[in-house]
Design a protein. Structure first.
Length: 104
């Protein structure tokens, strides 16, 4: 999405789990801020307004991650969404209970 000048103002990133969740990032030049929001289907589940001055650190981390992924061989990973430790199971259970409490 742009203003006719070919510049992007919105990006959608699908969640790797493939569960219908995604991240939406939008640029608001009039406020000099980005909005990063998480969505499940058509429902916004959270948002962060990030001033343009803070974006550099996020971009730097993303570039570092891309560079690391490009230079390291693929390593076997646990299947997406599969807890690997008791701590992971407890964290997922707590998150599920919180979601239930919020929807009640």
């Amino acid at each position: 999405m742009g203003d006719g000048d070919g510049r992007r103002r919105r990006v959608f990133v699908e969640d790797a789990r493939g569960d219908g969740s995604y991240l939406r990032a939008t640029w608001h030049p009039e406020r000099r801020a980005f909005v990063l929001s998480t969505w499940r289907g058509d429902v916004c589940t959270g948002a962060v307004r990030m001033p343009v001055g803070s974006a550099g650190e996020l971009v730097h981390m993303l570039v570092d991650g891309i560079a690391e992924a490009a230079t390291r061989p693929n390593e076997p990973q646990a299947p997406v969404g599969t807890p690997t430790t008791t701590r992971d199971v407890l964290a997922r259970a707590r998150a599920w209970i919180r979601r239930l409490a919020l929807s009640a």
